[in-house]
Design a protein around this ligand. Sequence first.
Ligand code: SAH
Length: 259
Amino acid sequence: MSNSIKPNTTGLIFAMREEQEGLQSFIQNKKVHHIAKRDFIQGELWGHPVVMVLSGIGKVAAASTTSLLIHHFQVNQLILSGVAGSTDPVLKVGDIVIGKELLQHDIDASPLFPRFEIPLTGKSRFFAQKDLLNEVQNATTRFIQSMKQHFSSAQLDEFQLQNVKLHTGLIASGDQFIHDSSVLNQLKQALPDLLAVEMEGAAIAQVCEEHDLAFVIIRTISDSANETAHIDFLSFVKNVAAPYSLGILKNYFENRIKS
Ligand code: SAH
């Protein structure tokens, strides 16, 4: 497979099917590889080589998928686009958060190692690469400015998307759908700069860091990680998060310099 791989390939990871579907129809010269119970869809998006895949939910699924993208497809950067729960009142449902730092909130080998530290690495936070982060931030800003082209005014009203903001900072991942204010508050106490929680980003970050690969995690806020978190979750993913992923990634690839 390696000889059919183009240099400069971007790996695109989605955790949920609804989010991948929108982009799938834009992929050119499509070729599907079935590996480890996943479909890796290879092709081009707006002139750039990509391999997109549904990782499944959780850290193990995300880490294993990342490793497959690196070893089978030699991707040279990775982007995950998905949804997350807000952990700060500043972030509203419909806002977008880009992970500048990623941490695994459920790793705790204390007292042997400090809470959140990956044992024997001395690391708890993984950092997105600056250039990729900037390019994706710019693409997201352009997308937000063009929201009216992507949503009807009825949709903007229904999902309260009139004043969408982009935030950049710390995202924490763990194998838990957080839907409980007390869990959320404890986490926020330990990590005051935490913006959002999800279930895959920091696993991808750890694998990318081991391979010196650039990654960026883009998340649409779907809920407030409290008791209301499950309400209309799937409708939000389908109607808001999926078009966001498409809009942001289209903006990113259309403005990316071709190699
Ligand atoms: N039961 C859901 C499963 C989704 S799990 C379903 O109906 O399909 C939640 C997914 O969204 C994960 O991939 C995770 O990364 C993200 N996510 C959104 N809100 C979250 C929250 N409050 N806590 C943890 N992950 C969240």
